[in-house]
Write a protein that binds this ligand. Structure first.
Ligand SMILES: O=C(CO)[C@H](O)[C@H](O)COP(=O)(O)O
Length: 264
């Protein structure tokens, strides 16, 4: 399952561990057996800032234009929240809409380059949808570990490894009661940051994404913990000057990572 040091899902057919959804209390640390062998960190100035406005906070009546605009205002990626009303108590968009907005933003020429659609799959059985979303224009995927595991556990009750770790029912309960993924504008949960720090210590060169509650008031904490992919919805879309907010978020991360401000 875990065959690369890169936690990004570039190839949608391969299901690696998600590169991390910092505000889920069900983190890979609950399932240490799936982590790759520990390698002592080699500290290098890698992982430049990547700012990914979450289009959950866009004007859905003018979504294509909003996507183009955010790219013009300095975004690197767009964070595309896919919700099915089952895994999370909210619904957003499916493949037809992704395909329409893809036409408003040039597809990246290489993995993780500018224009990447970073799809946050808040859906049950994400593996069933990855190909369709790739065709529609998604470039990489962030899925919840518990959704992927629970779908395997549900479809293959003989898979001891997954069924012993968890069950769909336990996990769904846990998400609903503890996290409430599915909505923008929630309070930043600084209590989760030690997990980000632990990941950064372990993987100095990987992209580590933080999503939820990020803005000018919280970016320094996330950057300090080691996040370099910054997802922000309400803080960017709700700003008077989104370009300025994007630039400031980028500079905060670049500074912390020892990279030149303004360059990504
Ligand atoms: O994944 C998400 C919700 O589940 C959103 O991407 C996230 O909440 C961004 O919104 P905000 O920056 O307003 O907190």
């Amino acid at each position: 399952m875990y065959s690369s040091r890169k936690l990004h899902l570039i190839n949608p057919i391969q299901f690696f561990l998600p590169y991390y959804y910092a505000f889920s209390p069900i983190s890979p640390y609950f399932f240490p057996s799936i982590l790759p062998p520990f390698n002592p960190p080699i500290l290098r100035n890698g992982s430049p800032a990547i700012i990914a406005p979450s289009i959950l906070s866009a004007n859905f009546a003018d979504l294509g234009h909003d996507c183009t605009k955010k790219m013009e205002q300095g975004a690197d990626w767009l964070h595309v929240d896919i919700m099915d009303g089952h895994f999370v108590p909210n619904m957003t968009i499916g493949c037809p809409v992704v395909s329409q907005i893809r036409g408003c933003v040039d597809r990246p020429l290489e993995p993780c380059a500018r224009g990447t659609f970073d799809c946050h799959m808040m859906i049950m059985e994400p593996h069933k949808w990855v190909k369709e979303f790739q065709k529609a224009g998604c470039d990489l995927y962030c899925f919840h570990y518990e959704a992927a595991v629970s779908s395997v556990a549900a479809t293959d009750p003989t898979d001891k490894e997954t069924t012993q770790r968890t069950s769909p029912r336990q996990l769904i309960k846990y998400i609903h009661e503890e996290v409430h993924p599915g909505f923008g504008g929630q309070k930043f949960m600084a209590s989760e940051l030690p997990k980000v720090s632990a990941l950064r210590a372990r993987y100095p060169e990987l992209n580590i994404e933080v999503d939820g509650g990020l803005g000018l008031g919280t970016i320094d904490q996330a950057a300090e913990a080691g996040a370099n992919v910054i997802v922000a919805g309400s803080a960017i879309f709700g700003a008077q000057d989104p370009a300025d907010v994007i630039a400031k978020l980028r500079d905060a991360v670049q500074k912390r990572r020892g990279l030149e401000a303004g360059s990504a």
